[in-house]
Design a protein around this ligand. Structure first.
Ligand code: BGC
Ligand code: BGC
Length: 612
């Protein structure tokens, strides 16, 4: 960044020299010079001067374009970007380039950015993706534990490092914006997005969310820094019954004490963008909530960045599309994740300004916020990929950090007779269970596809492969998915739990173990050998009396691609330090159950976690 700045200055000096050489008078040179390099493109001008200069040059059509964010899947042609002056494009959960490789992502990004560079003012696109646990749409990128696992680490500097690496892998494909961190404070495990939250405790969520913002953004002095998006504002984790996109029925005091806390921390850490929540507060949808967005977020908390809507979320407000646009923009939304009908959006937003339903001041405010983020993040200087970063995607160095994150996220909940750690001299280990040898299952939702998927979806090490790597040379590791053939082994390791889901698809009334898991457990148990159970899941599950049959029990959450980190704990190369960041219920009826509630009798309390 620094050296490019110097180059830009040198180029400017060269242009000035050239103009003087061609015999212009000094005055003319200065006049020409300002025309050639407008203030908004001058990296040495102040952010305010650059933004003000640019805004002053823009037509209404150009301003409205900045506020629109279609999904690339819905562009009819690349020319749409130029023609409609689009300010942003996203790739939603499954909106991948046809061949999903880092190179394909980079090419797609650069193709779109070139179209933005063809516009009159050459305002770069800010491209957004859900890099929520690594660059998680991209095959071959390193996948970190989901936030619930990072919450158990209680380690902000690790979370900062994880986010920094995520940013570098995202930037390695040219992309400059991730819709992360999610700072939901999930209060009900029936919610399908529980794993996206670090903890049920607002203070821990705030601490780790702020660490993530710092890791992603740095101070924008490096090309590997990207823009964070703290989401989903506000109360997404507090809905009745844990219903996704539901209604959070709490007093203003409780909203502030539980759900608003992490936003204060994220803003203090410098988060540049915030996403509004699909959910409602006491019956009123957030996307139309002027009090919560204009007054609290931008007013009281002094948020200077911009607010983006969620995916097709303004469409859930009452009225016609035009009324939905007017309501949400006036309530404080600055950029709309449309994602399909962007032509309609642009013409209706333009009409609403011309008719006075949305003031020009409101448009100027929204566009100023968007441009400020683009300028501050260095996008004007670096609209295209820094190729040195591309080489880092999925590197060993990055995988080592992910493996460390896995180790620290593991929570040891039971260890009768010190069955763990396993000795590396042990004769034979039998591994079983549907989550033992499945990269997709151990990554969970928001991995390659929106909903994630089972099987060999990306590059990584399964838990079984990790056990094979870390076990001693003389140890035999056998495996059967259903637990058959465990007889005669010295120990059984059964890896069970959930299979991938995202958002409302994961809402559930039952967190019981599946019959498939029951079968694997029974088969290993009938071999009469000590049994270690590893649970791969996005939340605590109801394990009931099963626990009595298990000698050791480890919660692995959704560890991502580095399954060897699980093995490091099993064999004692890492002495477990993870602590529950959620209260573990005994029964479904106990939910919601949270630390600080009166008279709770959880299976394992908040903060529980054993070591060797
Ligand atoms: C989710 C957001 C996500 C967005 C873009 C929405 O459905 O709620 O968390 O960032 O889609 O994929
Ligand atoms: C997209 C996601 C989005 C979801 C919203 C999916 O088709 O891929 O990004 O979050 O729709 O319902």
């Amino acid at each position: 960044m620094k050296s490019r700045k110097i180059m830009a200055i040198a180029a400017l000096a060269f242009a000035v020299a050239l103009l003087s050489f061609t015999g212009c008078s000094n005055n003319e040179v200065i006049g020409k010079d300002t025309d050639d390099v407008p203030t908004y493109k001058n990296p040495d001008a102040s952010v305010n001067d650059r933004v003000e200069d640019l805004l002053g040059r823009m037509t209404l059509a150009e301003k409205v374009g900045q506020m629109a964010q279609p999904d690339q899947d819905f562009l009819e042609s690349d020319e749409d970007i130029t023609k409609y002056y689009l300010g942003s494009v996203l790739s939603g959960g499954s909106s991948d380039p046809p061949s999903n490789s880092p190179e394909a992502w980079t090419n797609m990004y650069e193709r779109y950015q070139k179209m933005a560079m063809k516009t009159r003012l050459q305002i770069p696109l800010v491209y957004g993706v859900d890099a929520v646990h690594g660059h998680s749409n991209v095959i071959g990128a390193v996948i970190f534990p989901h936030n619930i696992g990072l919450g158990a680490t209680r380690n902000p500097s690790l979370v900062e490092e994880v986010s920094k690496i995520t940013a570098r892998e995202v930037a390695g494909t040219g992309i400059t914006w991730t819709f992360a961190p999610c700072v939901a404070v999930p209060r009900d495990e029936r919610w399908g997005r529980t794993y996206e939250g670090y903890s049920e405790d607002p203070a821990l969520v705030g601490e780790l969310g702020a660490a993530s913002v710092r890791g992603l953004q740095g101070d924008f002095s490096e090309t590997g820094n990207i823009i964070s998006c703290t989401k989903h504002y506000v109360g997404d984790g507090g809905t009745v019954g844990g219903q996704d996109q539901g209604d959070t029925q709490v007093s203003e005091q409780e909203l502030r004490d539980v759900h608003l806390v992490p936003y204060r921390d994220a803003i203090e850490a410098g988060t540049k963008t915030i996403m509004a929540s699909y959910s409602s507060w006491n019956g009123e949808k957030l996307h139309g909530h002027a009090y919560l967005m204009n007054d609290i977020l931008k007013g009281e908390l002094g948020f200077q960045g911009f607010i983006i809507s969620d995916y097709r979320a303004i469409d859930q407000l009452e009225g016609t599309y035009k009324e939905q646009i007017v309501k949400s923009i006036n309530a404080g939304i600055d950029m709309v994740m449309i994602p399909d009908r962007f032509k309609e959006f642009i013409s209706l937003l333009t009409e609403s300004v011309e008719e006075g339903a949305i003031s020009e001041e409101r448009i100027d405010d929204a566009v100023t916020r968007i441009l400020r983020v683009k300028v501050e993040s260095g996008l004007f200087e670096h609209p295209f990929v820094d190729p040195s970063l591309s080489a880092e995607i999925g590197s060993d160095a990055h995988r080592q950090v992910a493996r460390q994150a896995v180790r620290e996220s593991m929570v040891l909940l039971k260890n009768e007779g010190d069955v763990l750690p396993l000795s590396k001299d042990i004769g034979r280990i039998h591994v079983a269970g549907k989550n033992a040898d499945d990269i997709g299952n151990q990554c969970g939702g928001w991995t390659i596809d929106w909903q994630g998927g089972s099987g060999n979806i990306t590059v990584g090490t399964t838990i079984l492969e990790g056990i094979r790597q870390v076990a001693g040379e003389g140890t035999e590791v056998t495996y059967s998915r259903d637990g058959d053939g465990a007889d005669g082994a010295d120990v059984g390791i059964v890896v069970i739990g959930e299979t991938p889901y995202a958002e409302g698809e994961g809402d559930t009334q039952s967190l019981a173990l599946s019959s498939l898991d029951g079968q694997a457990l029974n088969n290993v148990r009938s071999a009469g050998i000590p049994m270690v159970v590893v649970l791969v899941s996005g939340r605590p599950m109801i394990i009931g009396r099963e626990l009595n049959n298990w000698d050791a029990f480890l919660a692995a959450w959704l560890p991502g691609t580095e399954g060897a980190g699980v093995a490091d704990v099993i064999f004692g190369d890492y002495n477990p330090t993870g602590k529950l960041s959620y209260t573990w219920p005994r029964t479904m009826e106990q939910i919601p159950i949270n630390v600080g509630d009166d008279n709770i009798n959880p299976l394992f309390p908040y903060g529980y976690g054993l070591s060797y």
